[in-house]
Design a protein around this ligand. Structure first.
Ligand code: R2B
Ligand code: URA
Length: 290
């Protein structure tokens, strides 16, 4: 049927703008992006976001505000005298969003459900705003496997806790799988930006995405632990042998949904510790901020 064709047709319009794989949206009078406190009826989304090129997401509101201020300096973007950056989605009390020229800096909270809700709404935002060829980045924290704290990891692919490179979600009570693919060329381009004088290493590898920080990541220090240290080491070593270099909690969804939407995406995370050596985040606050 026409609907089916629409549903599977290329996910871009010829000018590069994002096309939704959902025929329902364009039939709606207005689309309320509830968790962003924005809407296609209440806001001129083309005017507000039409010039966006890069969408950067990370866990916390404060870090993404700092990142926006950092990017502002980097690209020499000037705000009107006497003004500061505004949290565009502050009325949502859910996520924070800052815009600096072509860069959006958005907090996604912790874990797959949180980043999934945000991605649905930000991908729709790209569509409503007719943004062309946006590139999405997750910039976050992670645990390293065999890498000291402070290592920068670019993900080549995301895998789940059983090492499958796909996101599993339940839709209408049925299990659905979506490949968790990231843009390999973009990952290589990012790696090429690393400089040998950088005071940290930059590596590429697979990222394991867990639905939990404690038991799901094989930590011995949660409120519960029903496995031994040897079991933990066996699991982490198995991951390491399969090419996994770090563990975090959003990459599988980030990779799967951006890939499904035909959006180029990359995940870049800094390790907080080497999980082969410990579980607790021991680095002092100043070091973490650095
Ligand atoms: C990294 O850090 C958070 C857990 O501390 C989680 O959001 C993640 O992926
Ligand atoms: N975030 C995670 O999900 N795991 C870690 O070990 C560190 C940060």
């Amino acid at each position: 049927t026409k609907e089916t064709r629409e549903y599977v047709s290329p996910v871009r319009y010829s000018d590069g703008s994002v096309r939704l794989r959902n025929p329902n949206i364009e039939l709606m009078d207005q689309d309320i992006l509830y968790h962003l406190a924005l809407g296609s009826g209440s806001h001129d989304l083309v005017e507000m976001f039409g010039d966006v090129k890069f969408v950067c997401m990370g866990g916390t509101p404060k870090r993404m505000e700092n990142f926006a201020n950092y990017i502002m300096k980097e690209i020499g973007h000037k705000l009107p005298a006497g003004t500061t950056l505004l949290d565009i989605t502050k009325n949502s009390y859910r996520y924070s969003m800052y815009k600096v020229g072509p860069v959006l800096s958005i907090s996604h909270g912790m874990g797959v459900p949180s980043v999934s809700i945000l991605l649905h709404e930000v991908i729709k935002l790209m569509y409503h705003a007719r943004v062309r060829d946006p590139i999405f980045f997750r910039i976050g924290t992670c645990g390293g496997i065999g890498y000291e704290g402070g290592t920068v990891v670019i993900s080549e692919e995301a895998v789940d806790e059983t090492m499958k490179p796909q996101m599993e979600l339940t839709v209408l009570g049925k299990l659905l799988r979506r490949p968790a693919k990231l843009d390999r060329q973009l990952a290589r381009d990012l790696k090429a930006l690393a400089h040998r004088d950088d005071p940290y290493d930059t590596i590429i590898g697979k990222t394991m995405c867990s639905n939990d920080f404690y038991e799901g990541q094989g930590r011995l220090d949660g409120a519960f632990c029903e496995f031994s240290e040897a079991d933990k080491m066996e699991y982490l070593t198995k991951l390491q042998k399969a090419g996994v270099v770090n563990i975090e909690m959003e990459s599988i969804c980030f990779a799967a949904l951006t890939h499904h939407a035909g959006i180029q995406a990359a995940v870049v995370c800094v390790t907080l510790m080497d999980r082969l050596k410990g579980d607790q985040v021991l680095a002092p606050k100043e070091v973490l901020e650095e």
